[in-house]
Design a protein around this ligand. Structure first.
Ligand SMILES: N[C@@H](CCC(=O)N[C@@H](CS)C(=O)NCC(=O)O)C(=O)O
Length: 235
């Protein structure tokens, strides 16, 4: 877990609360791991990274791939009690991902980093159009996108929803509505957030510090005080 501030040198390992030091390779900056994996690498040093301790290299740095690898790519090491990408749902999951990724997961970024009014407005329309559709979808049958069983589509949707009011609403100007104005999606998000395995992956401070440290969008680095999370299951 890197520190939440994205500075000139990118992500750093260290002792900020909730972050880790790199006790394996002794790296301070994430980019050191990228150059360790490929000495001539000049691209962005992004998270997440799946690191192979035996071969000392990066296996993959794409979250959608890593999600599938953790699901069934590690043979006997994988926990087979949960299958996030079951055969019978694959087509439907892929179809939903194809909708949700461009319109919502990436839509908020298109809004936030837009450099023209029209591209910003187009992105915001996509974001709220998708949220409106999902609001009716998560009502039935629920509680999750495909009923009772959690799938990768839920994980991929959750990570955007949990950041919505904390970061995207303000910093990325996705402010037509807050997620908390969507009762069904809010209940859906809280249902997932209440699961200990998910709850322990969510660090509200890191989310706020991380997004609001993006200098091009927030030059003075002021981090907003709100929103009030009194109704979040964050125990
Ligand atoms: N395709 C990647 C994108 C990863 C990505 O862009 N990560 C951002 C944080 S959300 C990052 O590390 N940015 C660092 C930078 O741009 O310097 C994934 O989703 O896994």
């Amino acid at each position: 877990m890197v520190e939440p501030f994205l500075g000139e040198q990118g992500w750093r390992f260290g002792d900020y609360p909730g972050a880790d030091k790199d006790t394996l390779n002794g790296a301070t900056w994430l980019h050191e791991l990228y150059t360790r994996a490929a000495a001539d690498f000049t691209g962005r040093a992004t998270v997440p990274v799946l690191w192979d301790k035996q071969r000392n290299t990066i296996v993959n740095n794409e979250s959608a791939d890593i999600l599938r690898m953790f699901n069934d790519g590690f043979g006997a090491l994988a926990d087979t009690r949960v299958d996030l990408y079951p055969l019978r749902l694959r087509e439907q999951i892929d179809a939903l991902n194809r909708e949700i990724y461009p319109r919502l997961n990436n839509g908020v970024y298109r809004a936030g980093f837009a450099t023209t009014q029209s591209s910003y407005q187009e992105a915001v329309a996509d974001v709220f159009g998708m949220l409106d559709e999902l609001e009716s979808r998560v009502c039935a049958p629920g509680p999750l996108l495909f009923g009772e069983a959690i799938t990768e589509a839920d994980i991929r949707l959750f990570v955007t929803l949990v950041r919505f009011d904390l970061a995207y609403h303000g910093l990325f100007k996705c402010n037509v509505r807050m997620l908390r104005n969507y009762p069904a999606l809010t209940a859906y998000m809280h249902h997932l957030l209440a699961l200990p395995a998910i709850r322990q992956t969510v660090n509200v401070d890191h989310i706020k510090q991380g997004y609001y440290s993006i200098k091009s969008l927030n030059p003075n680095g002021i981090v907003p005080v709100g929103p009030d999370l009194a109704d979040w299951p964050l125990a």
